[in-house]
Design a protein around this ligand. Structure first.
Ligand code: URA
Length: 265
């Protein structure tokens, strides 16, 4: 977008040694051209519409500007664009593409790693044992599964639940970003190491990432432990409470009531 504006401004006559007045005139010309061609807002309009004020020049404005603006984005259109996706080799081995489920206007978006066996068979994220745990977390938060939106970084199951490969992430990533822009959640919860590290572009362990808000394209992102991790460490109840503490922070940030959950000593 920034390069695009630069190229357009040059096209309007801005020279390398041009004055500030030239620049303003060129930008004005470009913005008028945009308006005439039907563009009535700049990229961060999507987030401002969702109630988040983004200050011009802030990090959020810069990252939002880096995303192509499209207020007409919808989950239906993104799903249609994915089609019978064969962009990576997972297209051959999957049973169903698992796009996502929930409220398209959700305040909270949960992002997991990739579909497992049950999800691959049913075409819906988090419907297996890990899904039952996620459902319990959502219920404890005072919501229903239908209130939030749930999806994964990868839309297709890696064979044998192996770790996602970089080429697969590269192909699927833009569709997740489009889902985020369409839903415009107020908070993203990244479930587990893989989702957190991928969305935040870091190799830091989940134990270090969880518990504080990070930034994903201007949206607060809370990493927490993956429901499967809780499932495989059932005896470590402290991990359950860590997740609950993270969710309390999420509810607090959204000004939502925090249900009173008693901890057994
Ligand atoms: N684990 C995930 O990360 N996603 C699912 O949909 C199911 C299990």
């Amino acid at each position: 977008m920034i390069l695009n504006i630069y190229a357009k401004v040059k096209g309007f006559g801005m020279t390398a040694d041009g004055s500030a007045a030239d620049l303003v005139a060129s930008l004005k010309g470009y913005l008028e051209e945009l308006r005439e061609s039907g563009v009535d807002g700049l990229p961060w309009a999507v987030q401002e519409k969702a109630g988040r004020k983004i200050e011009a020049g802030s990090d959020a404005a810069v990252t939002a500007a880096a995303m192509p603006a499209d207020e007409g984005e919808s989950l239906g259109r993104i799903r249609a664009d994915l089609g019978e996706c064969q962009r990576c080799s997972l297209g051959k081995s999957r049973t169903n593409l698992v796009f996502g489920v929930g409220n398209p206007g959700a305040r909270i978006l949960f992002v997991g790693e990739a579909p497992g066996r049950d999800e691959d068979l049913q075409g819906e994220p988090f419907v297996g044992e890990a899904g039952q745990i996620l459902n319990r977390i959502i219920t404890r938060m005072g919501m229903k599964r239908e209130d939030v939106y749930i999806c994964n970084v990868l839309k297709c199951r890696p064979p044998g639940n192996r770790n996602p490969e970089p080429a697969e992430i590269e192909q699927c990533g833009p569709f997740l970003l489009r889902q985020v822009r369409a839903i415009a959640p107020e908070i993203i919860v990244a479930l587990g190491t893989f989702a957190a590290q991928t969305l935040l572009g870091t190799k830091a362990p989940i134990s270090k990432l969880r518990g504080t808000f990070h930034d994903y394209h201007g949206i607060p992102l809370m990493p927490t432990f993956h429901p499967s991790f809780l499932l495989h460490n059932k005896k470590d109840t402290g991990k359950f409470w860590d997740v609950w503490d993270d969710m309390v922070k999420v509810l607090g940030k959204l000004d939502m009531p925090v249900p009173d959950v008693k901890r057994k000593e």
